[in-house]
Ligand binder design. Structure first.
Ligand code: UGA
Length: 432
């Protein structure tokens, strides 16, 4: 099929490249000319395993194109995905300005039937507004359909998630729209459900909120483990073996970050209030998540006594491994809070340093983990990158000023190994 993907952010770029890989002809559009120019010269604006190669391959096969010309891209396509940003406003509500803008531009570019699909995460009822906006601006009265097709990609494993999804959700209300989407996804041979548009929109918000709830729940239990002298890893394992609960997303730590869970939680709380129901449960989920960062800070403070003048080494800046994304990463809040207390920060991350440099000042960004821990009074682990687990911790012990580790991600299954080297090891909800 000929596909137009509007928005080459994380979702648009990955989805566009994957559809091209399936044999479709995809034109990715963005208003950011610098981004389009760099994609056209083979440079990926984000780090996602396998993405750069996939983009290069599809470009070479003449199945993937990048442009700033929305009108031309829409004209050449049968299917138009909207994958533009829906950033949070001050009060947490999703800002849908870009969605409205793009809907208007699509309407003005219509020359033949198009299926317009919302891919961005949006509040329930956005589909109605897209349809309304297009109708208002569709001067030539060209036929079109609107559908919802939420994405469930995880950063760090997005391509694999696209190729092997747990499910595909299609929110479509005409046979034509439904058939096009079913045909598009047929090669994946995945479990697919077809719903009305509002239900599809809600599936996305409800899924991300449930995942956030699972994480906050296990974090709350980890705090009980600490007080009771139990171990969160054992407890999570025992709980997760119940198939109804499942073992995934039961890892306690410094809390969830990224541009999806925190933002979608806020947006879902706001839209629910607008609909006349207060999702109190999600407010608690959000506050537990904020508390986890305070708990981690307290652990650092309790073990360093006076923070001012101390050196803290931060290992990991991205909100999770295998990505360079630092948006809403707990590491950023922790670093800012420590800097405010007069702490000297040394930091290392395998992929996220460039992005962090644009967000943080007064941080000594080090070229490798060993330089980052040199002369540190405390080593804080903020992201569970594999290389941190596999560091030569005996060498680290010789380099630090004080042998103290505060592990915000519980990377060592058996803390004894690290304790026997001579470290004081503090983790989240662990029995040590
Ligand atoms: C999340 C969802 O998992 C995807 O299904 C969804 O498509 C995506 O948002 C989106 O809406 O675009 P993502 O933000 O990439 O994906 O990251 P997750 O893997 O969900 O992790 C989010 C945060 O939770 C990370 O900071 C991670 O460290 C933390 N986390 C995750 C935990 O603290 N404990 C866990 O057990 C799992």
């Amino acid at each position: 099929m000929n596909i137009c993907m509007i928005g080459t952010g994380y979702v648009g770029l990955v989805t566009g490249a994957c559809f091209a890989n399936l044999g479709n002809k995809v034109i990715c559009v963005d208003i950011d000319k610098t981004k389009i120019d760099s994609l056209n010269s083979g440079i990926c604006p984000i780090y996602e395993p396998g993405l750069e190669e996939l983009v290069a391959r599809s470009r070479k096969a003449k199945r993937l194109f990048f442009t700033t010309d929305l009108k031309d891209a829409v004209k050449k396509s049968q299917v138009v995905f909207i994958a533009v940003g829906t950033p949070p406003k001050e009060d947490g509500e999703a800002d849908l300005t870009y969605i409205e803008d793009v809907s208007r531009q699509i309407a003005q570019s219509l020359t033949s039937y198009k299926l317009i699909i919302e891919k961005s995460t949006v509040p329930v009822e956005t589909g109605n507004w897209i349809e309304h906006t297009i109708k208002m601006n569709n001067k030539r009265k060209v036929k079109f359909d609107v559908a919802s097709n939420p994405e469930f990609l995880k950063e760090g494993s997005a391509i694999d998630d696209f190729m092997h999804p747990d499910r595909i959700v299609i929110g479509a209300e005409s046979k034509r729209a439904k058939d096009i989407l079913l045909k598009l996804y047929k090669p994946l041979k995945a479990t697919t459900i077809v719903t009305d548009i509002k239900s599809a929109e809600l599936i996305k918000h409800a899924s991300n909120s449930f995942l956030a709830t699972k994480i906050s729940f296990i974090n709350a239990i980890s705090n009980i483990c600490e007080r009771a002298g139990a171990d969160i890893l054992e407890v999570a394992k025992g709980v997760g073996l119940d198939k109804r609960i499942g073992k995934d997303f039961l890892y306690a730590g410094a809390g969830f970050g990224g541009f999806c869970l925190p933002k979608d939680l806020d947006a879902f709380i706001r839209i629910s209030e607008k609909l006349g129901y207060s999702l109190e449960i999600l407010k608690i989920v959000r506050s537990i998540n904020e508390d986890q960062k305070k708990i981690l800070l307290k652990k650092i403070e309790n073990n360093l006594w006076i923070l001012k003048g101390k050196t803290v080494s931060i290992l990991g800046l991205s909100f999770k491994p295998e990505t360079d994304d630092i948006r809403f990463a707990p590491s950023i809040d922790i670093i800012k809070a420590l800097l405010a207390e007069g702490v000297k920060i040394k930091a290392f991350d395998p992929k996220a340093m460039e992005k962090a440099k644009g967000k943080l000042t007064n941080v000594d960004f080090c070229s490798d983990p060993y330089s980052a821990v040199k002369n540190a009074d405390c080593v804080v682990i903020m992201t569970e990158w594999k290389i941190f687990k596999n560091l030569d911790w005996k060498r680290v012990k010789k380099l630090v000023k004080q042998p103290l580790i505060v592990d915000g991600r519980n990377i060592f299954e058996d803390p004894k190994k690290i304790i026997n080297i001579g470290f004081k090891y503090i983790a989240m909800g662990r029995k040590i």
